[in-house]
Design a protein around this ligand. Structure first.
Ligand SMILES: Nc1nc2c(ncn2[C@@H]2O[C@H](COP(=O)(O)OP(=O)(O)OP(=O)(O)O)[C@@H](O)[C@H]2O)c(=O)[nH]1
Ligand SMILES: [Mg+2]
Ligand SMILES: [Zn+2]
Length: 293
């Protein structure tokens, strides 16, 4: 039995990339999937057999996770992409984006794109604020930093996310293998703003990436106030030394988080953006309570 990864769906068939030779093969699905109701997903590791010039998926190996939007399995990490020049993404949006991703994935690479049009001092400042993460300053246009990023994507499934216009698709384009880049771009849906089909793209150097369309708003309606700190690792780490176990680092006395903000160990903007999400989540909760009464 051969092993591969489902990279896309095309009208009843799936495209599988073989795990040993990296070749693409169009596969049918066994009828059993329809009976058991197990719907294969992009990202699934499968066992398949060859039947003539096609393949047939025989089984889906256990998934280690499933993302809901986009619906894809076995994602290892997220790549959160930003730009602080054109567009100038405010840090509040950077923090909301990272926090939102953290609800489902803990491994996050932060990419600051367009450093060709960003002042060096601004890049350094950004790196400092986000030093709790691996930060990759890159320029998709010049190719700066792309090879370092590539190393961190090898042999993994990475989903790209971030606001519109920051250069997600441009970065992915520079990561693709040469044949895909010059070849049939339309086939992969790449480069169009209307990308809707979920498909994994194999990158040079190994690994798969998933492009997603940019978004404008991020909501936090689905979490509890005390959970917000888990979306800010440096705040959550510091919380263990707060006087109260249930401290959410707002008005409580003996708050270690606030001490670290005072001393500059935790960036002020990170703390403020944490507080604004916390308050939003609280208001939301109270709103629900009001409605119930
Ligand atoms: N100066 C500069 N411009 C860039 C760079 N990377 C991308 N751009 C430009 O930024 C614009 C948006 O790039 P896209 O790659 O489409 O951005 P995106 O994040 O995929 O946008 P959505 O798909 O709308 O979410 C395009 O005009 C790119 O040419 C870069 O490194 N430097
Ligand atoms: Mg795009
Ligand atoms: Zn605290």
């Amino acid at each position: 039995m051969k092993h591969g990864i489902i990279v896309s769906f095309n009208s009843g068939f799936v495209t599988v990339v073989d795990e040993s030779d990296g070749k693409e093969i169009l596969c049918s699905l066994r009828g059993r999937f329809k009976i058991t109701g197990t719907k294969p997903l992009v990202g699934d590791r499968v066992e398949y057999i060859i039947e003539g010039d096609r393949g047939r998926v025989e089984s889906i190996l256990p998934r280690h996770n499933v993302l809901e939007r986009p619906r894809v399995s076995n994602v290892d990490q997220a790549v959160a992409v930003f730009s602080i020049s054109t567009p100038m993404v405010p840090l509040s949006i950077v923090d909301r984006t990272i926090a939102n991703i953290s609800k489902t994935l803990t491994d996050i690479l932060v990419v600051l794109n367009k450093i060709d049009i960003t002042e060096d001092s601004k890049v350094e400042e950004f790196k400092k604020i986000y030093s709790i993460y691996k930060v990759f300053p890159v320029s998709a246009h010049l190719g700066t930093g792309i090879e370092d990023l590539r190393k961190h994507l090898a042999n993994k499934i990475s989903v790209f996310a971030g606001p519109s216009g920051v250069g997600k698709s441009s970065i992915i384009n520079s990561l693709l293998s040469a044949n895909l880049k010059t070849g049939d771009l339309s086939k992969t849906n790449f480069g169009k703003h209307t990308t809707t089909a979920v498909s994994l793209l194999k990158i040079e150097g190994g690994g798969f990436v998933l492009d997603t369309p940019g978004f404008t708003t991020v909501e936090f309606g689905d979490i509890r106030p005390e959970e917000v700190q888990k979306l800010f690792p440096e705040i959550f780490n510091a919380s263990k030394k707060c006087l109260f176990d249930d401290c959410v680092h707002d008005l409580e006395p003996g708050c270690h988080v606030k001490e670290l903000v005072q001393s500059g160990m935790i960036p002020k903007s990170r703390y403020e953006n944490y507080l604004s999400i916390l308050r939003e989540v609280r208001d939301e909760k109270e709103g629900k309570f009001e409605k119930k009464r």
